[in-house]
Design a protein around this ligand. Structure first.
Ligand code: F6P
Length: 319
């Protein structure tokens, strides 16, 4: 292993830069050449590949986004695109690849692994829905941003005696919604993993209202429903005047938290070490406070379950 490439793909998240920096500096410290691939798998199709040095990753450990840029690449989902990527990897003489991103990205990494490319993945997604790792890079930063925003909304909700329906990201995952509900003291959370009963939620909120609680927060994961739909159905049933807030892409940026910087740095380091020690077709992971590797096949094929203890906590604290 003499030359490796690194790319970021799919939705960006805070901490991708810290991971890139760690991959580049670890690789250089082990005497490897390292190449940055621009715009995710598109860069592999179009040969957007440039050498990186230590200075090219200076001053980015705290910065959200990705200096390598990212994209969702339709062409790469098909065999022809994947074959083209393998050819580019051969043309540039890359002996291994580090791929940073979420579910779709790990599926792409697995496709390359199955075509014989030595690949290690690093989980990076605010959704934190990758099987095999307790945390993905970016989830902690997104949570901190989300909870800060909910705290701010709570200020105005309490002044006006209102209920706010707040939509957070999470295409198929309620992790952000559930953790931010617990951490912000929300009265209800609606997530895709658990069937919800809006009449029961309305009754719960109305009882709180009658008991003198002057405001309420309902968090909705976008994968479960939309804040607009939920508000329409709760309105006029819960006592409070209602308002809507959709947090959207605010949750993807923002200065990377210490937790994400540290984990991304360790993942980057472990990814390069993995390549050097012949650990291919794996993703770096953090499980039960231990850093480890999980097979890409498991990550791609298995579904991460929502933590049932967290669910119980959210229910018990929402009264
Ligand atoms: O996968 C991360 C995520 O932020 C999801 O929560 C969200 O549904 C999606 O990306 C949005 O993607 P885009 O930025 O391409 O609209």
């Amino acid at each position: 292993m003499k030359k490796i490439g690194v790319l970021t793909s799919g939705g960006d998240c805070s901490g991708m830069n810290a991971a890139i920096r760690s991959v580049v500096r670890t690789a250089l410290s082990k005497g490897l050449e390292v190449y940055g691939i621009r715009q995710g798998f598109i860069g592999l199709l179009d040969g957007l590949i440039k050498p990186m040095d230590s200075r090219s990753v200076s001053g980015i450990v705290q910065r959200a986004g990705t200096i390598l840029h990212t994209a969702r690449c339709e062409e790469f989902k098909f065999d022809r695109g994947q074959e083209q990527a393998v050819k580019t990897i051969q043309d540039f003489g890359l002996d291994g690849l580090v791929v940073i991103g979420g579910n779709g990205t790990m599926a792409g990494a697995l496709a390359l692994h199955n075509k014989g490319v030595p690949v290690v993945g690093i989980p990076g997604s605010i959704d934190n829905d990758l099987y095999g790792t307790d945390m993905s890079v970016g989830a902690d930063t997104a949570l901190n941003t989300t909870v800060s925003m909910i705290d701010i909304i709570r200020d105005t909700a309490s002044s006006h005696d209102r209920a706010f329906i707040i939509e957070v990201m999470g295409r198929d995952s309620g992790y952000l919604a559930l953790v931010s509900a617990v951490a912000s003291g929300a009265e209800a959370a609606i997530i895709p993993e658990v069937p919800f009963d809006l009449d029961a939620i309305a009754t719960h909120l109305f009882e709180r209202y009658k008991a003198g609680k002057t405001n309420s927060i309902v968090i909705v994961a976008e994968g479960a429903s939309s804040a607009y739909t939920i508000e329409r159905k709760l309105k006029n049933k819960i006592g409070y005047e209602t308002r809507i807030s959709v947090l959207g892409h605010i949750q993807r940026g923002g200065a990377t938290t210490v937790f994400d910087r540290l984990m991304a740095s360790k993942f980057g380091h472990n990814a390069v070490e993995g390549l050097l020690h012949g650990k291919f077709g794996v993703m770096t992971a953090l499980h039960n406070s231990q850093y480890m590797y999980v097979a890409l096949e498991d990550t791609v094929l298995k579904k991460k379950k929502i933590n049932s203890k967290l669910l119980d906590l959210a229910v018990d604290l929402s009264s």
